[in-house]
Design a protein. Sequence first.
Length: 322
Amino acid sequence: MPATREGARGAVITGWGSALPEKVVTNHDLEKMFDTNHDWIVDRSGIHQRHVDGLTSALSIESGREALEMSGVDLADIDALVLATTTPDRAVPATASTVQEALGLRCGAFDLNAACSGWVYGLVTAHGLIAMGAEKVLLIGTDTLSSITDWTDRGTAILFGDGSGASVIEAVDGPGQLLGWDLDSDGSAEKYLYAERGGNLIMEGREVFRRAVRIMVDSATKSMKHAGVTSDDIALVVPHQANIRIISASMDRLGLPMDRASIVLDRTGNTSSASVPLALNDALDKGRINDGDLVLFVGFGAGMSAASAIVRWTTTAQEHTK
């Protein structure tokens, strides 16, 4: 069952980090590139600007190093590096290997591609590794979608950006933070959002919107059921930052007000695998999450993938085991 098994060793997030490329493209910059305007973009997406021209390995190294330093873990104690990305530097090897070497880690390292659901897929994977005996896992979500965006296509160029978010996840005695989770995929919908090898993103926006709301709500509902909680119990939702209208419609169907969602897409655009950790890190840095709070992570992506997880937040592994 997609819930924490009784007696399974749990884990908690003890450090986090973020990285964004220096170059920023605003909506006003896009006005000079094709027929659009700032107000039209904001109304339809909620996005004001996006960071571009990043390299997946470089951003991952930056966010990963920040998370490791914050957690204070010994690098030798990291047992696995999981890099959620749909834009690796190269076809072979995994970009996780490049990041591993730069960070000075000696552990298992692999890429995980679940598109925009990637970080939540990675969160569940990290907890699975820890349940099987790993002590500490570095989870990174990074995408550089600007590299596969057609900058002459108004339908996609307004949406996508680059970024990275990282988390250190450590084993604890007892159940840990993760209370329930759901992973899903509907392969029949892959034709609505894809990029051929060497090509740019192709998206049927209306169909993606329609399916995204449905699959996000369905996944979130399953996770809450597995965790034995309801929407009323959720202190904060950290959704995939695809489009403000998708987030708003999903929150409404879950019976949750928008002020309980962490939103960063106005500054970052859709950063795919990075969007959930970037929104999580922003909420943590602003003090929006307190010990004991229930947090819902939920997202969707190409595939069409979906993923969600319920965690009861605890600040550190040491505090969790007191």
